[in-house]
Write a protein that binds this ligand. Structure first.
Ligand SMILES: Cc1cn([C@H]2C[C@H](O)[C@@H](COP(=O)(O)OP(=O)(O)O[C@H]3O[C@H](C)C(=O)[C@H](O)[C@H]3O)O2)c(=O)[nH]c1=O
Length: 177
């Protein structure tokens, strides 16, 4: 696996290094030793799947408030999505910065997201599914969010005629600019 840093401290794109043959390919997608060697999380409390019926489905931007922060390891297991990580913490030196990476079933990439960052994605294809490893148990009352189109973040989402967004995600208040 290749661990590619991004402009957000601690956020990595993890590229598999597949071995191919005439049957197809084999690739390691996780290794506790390689993660520990880089100071990354190796303890995962829960795994989740997010299935998205329609292309243009946009979920996010979500995070869990302290002390229930979640480290997330996210990959796409069907279809394709633009995955976005943003710093929505006004007291952070990287406040308002965001990074985006295409996660697809074909590229088998993953994104490693430290606790405290906001996470979201927009799907490119019907039937897109994402698989999450989460470092902490989900606490509903600790769920926080920022709007996908918050001017403070200015996330450049892919153009889309008709996004599918949950009413809660449309109702998050503006972040301070
Ligand atoms: C996140 C989560 C949700 N749920 C329950 C709560 C609801 O009854 C149902 C759907 O939850 P929600 O609408 O919050 O799901 P998403 O909008 O996909 O939220 C996720 O989307 C963004 C992109 C993320 O990064 C997080 O994983 C998470 O916030 O699953 C659980 O039981 N456990 C969980 O960890």
């Amino acid at each position: 696996m290749l661990f590619l840093p991004t402009e957000l401290p601690g956020v990595f794109v993890i590229e598999p290094e597949p071995t191919g043959d005439d049957r197809g390919l084999f690739a390691r997608t996780y290794c506790a030793e390689e993660f520990a060697r880089r100071g990354l999380c190796t303890q995962w409390a829960q795994c989740n799947v997010s299935f998205n019926t329609r292309a243009g489905t946009l979920r996010g931007m979500h995070w869990q408030a302290a002390p229930h922060e979640e480290v997330k390891l996210v990959r796409c297991t069907a279809g394709a999505a633009l995955d976005v990580v943003a710093d929505a913490r006004p007291d952070s030196p990287t406040y308002r910065k965001w990074v985006a990476v295409e996660l697809t079933a074909a590229n088998r990439r993953a994104v490693y997201i430290p606790g405290g960052y906001a996470h979201g994605f927009q799907t490119f294809a019907d039937g897109t599914e994402l698989f999450y490893q989460m470092s902490a148990f989900y606490v509903p009352g600790a769920a926080r969010g920022a709007r996908w189109d918050d001017p403070a973040l200015g996330i450049a989402w892919p153009p889309c005629d008709r996004r599918v967004i949950a009413p809660r995600d449309l109702s998050f208040p503006d972040l301070p600019t």
